[in-house]
Design a protein around this ligand. Structure first.
Ligand SMILES: Cc1ncc(COP(=O)(O)O)c(C=O)c1O
Length: 399
């Protein structure tokens, strides 16, 4: 059979497009912060990860422009060879200071960070113990580690008893890394980090946490999950991973920890050495965003306030949501076409949310993922809640 036969036979996406229900790859024609233009209509963007709304901030845009003017549009190569500018090293120092570690390394994306760090650290006869709900980039890193001879174990999401049961099966002195999302990207749940750290110490494992959805959202000044639980980077959590594509309003990723470990990754990670470095404009944008986050902690507080309002509002309509405190609000629908249908009606009424089906979530847990931006005005908050409520009633999703 021809290799491409599966491509020629793949018709699912076109069928859903023909029904006007495909919730993916929608074109944003204009972006005005919390409101974007799609298919000729203004809609409230309740499906982005720009948690602090900084992607539209004039200082962030200026930071990107200045960096591009100074260093050009691209680094045209990897950090290793010709792609390290003084902006990259400055950003790494500033981030290490922000997250509270000795050192930090900036990768080209968050995905590449996980894919690059995990197989560099965990190899033959070593163990990776990974939460089942971890992001796809951690899974990609785990697969590469496995190809290098590492042993991969997976435990039930945020299930500390299952984590312990797995740890108990391993030799106490075997090298091991527990990896987890800080805030799980689809459920919005926060990891039980205090218990995880306790188990890691008891069973002599290192800990890496993916803070993609926690930075700018949780803890003092939005420093993330460690700060939320009052745990200490390095002392309690060995490695802090993050992305620049969410609260930092740019593109790129980072890993932060002890200097010797970060240096090891720097000289040994294939994904770091063989991929072009972050473009100067991306670095300039992150540095500006970080300055704002540190200067204006009230942005994080406002996001929490909005989150509470929207969570309570959606719940008051009788929807089944995954409880929590993060600005990721999952509304369980439980079926592909019902999820797409609700998504479409909500969009037609002027609110964009994300429709998530398998493999993003397990079958039966299909959901509408509402994610919030801290710069929403009260009118946006009210409209998101009432629109989702009205559509639920119209479609019989709620009583
Ligand atoms: C938990 C988590 N980790 C990593 C990533 C990858 O980050 P990036 O968008 O920078 O590639 C994402 C992005 O969706 C994420 O949600």
């Amino acid at each position: 059979m021809d290799l491409f036969e599966k491509c020629y036979q793949f018709s699912r996406a076109n069928e859903i497009i023909a029904a006007g229900l495909l919730p993916y790859f929608l074109t944003i024609e204009e972006n005005h912060g919390p409101v974007v233009r799609m298919a000729g209509h203004d809609v409230i963007m309740a499906g982005s990860n720009d948690y602090l709304g900084l992607s539209q901030h004039p200082e962030v845009i200026e930071g990107a422009c200045q960096a591009a003017k100074e260093f050009g549009s691209s680094c045209s190569g990897s950090r290793f060879l010709n792609g390290t500018t003084r902006l990259h090293t400055k950003l790494e120092e500033e981030l290490a200071d922000f997250v509270g570690t000795d050192a930090c390394l900036a990768f080209t994306t968050g995905y590449l960070t996980n894919q690059g760090v995990i197989p560099t650290l965990v190899q033959r006869n070593e163990y990776l113990i990974s939460d089942k709900e971890n992001h796809a980039s951690i899974v990609a890193g785990a697969l590469l580690a496995k190809a290098l001879g590492a042993n991969i174990l997976r435990y039930g999401s945020n299930d500390m008893s299952d984590l312990e049961a797995n740890l108990k099966t391993l030799p106490i002195d075997a090298p091991k890394l527990i990896v987890t999302d800080g805030v799980f990207s689809m459920s919005g749940r926060i990891v039980d980090l205090p218990k995880l750290v306790e188990l890691a110490k008891q069973y002599k494992a290192r800990v890496m946490i993916d803070e993609a959805h926690a930075v700018g959202v949780l803890g003092k000044e939005g420093k993330g999950t460690c700060s939320y639980y009052d745990l200490k980077p390095i002392k309690d959590v060995d490695l802090i991973m993050g992305t620049f594509s969410k609260s930092f309003a740019s593109l790129g990723g980072f890993i932060a920890g002890e200097r010797s470990v970060i240096d090891y990754i720097k000289y040994n990670s294939q994904a770091f050495r063989f991929s072009a470095s972050m473009a100067p404009a991306c670095v300039g944008a992150v540095r500006a965003a970080l300055r704002i986050i540190r200067r204006e902690p009230e942005r994080v507080a406002r996001l929490a306030e909005i989150t509470n309002q929207v969570r309570e509002g959606i719940k008051s309509y009788g929807y089944k949501i995954i409880e929590g405190i993060t600005p990721i609000i999952p509304i369980i629908i439980g079926d592909d076409m019902a999820t797409f249908g609700a998504w479409r009606k909500i969009l037609d009424k002027g609110v964009f949310v994300n429709a998530v089906i398998a493999p993003g979530v397990p079958q039966g847990q299909q959901l509408l993922r509402v994610s919030l931006i801290g710069t929403f005005k009260q009118e946006h908050v009210d409209k998101i809640v009432t629109t989702i409520g009205e559509v639920g009633k119209e479609l019989g999703l709620i009583a």
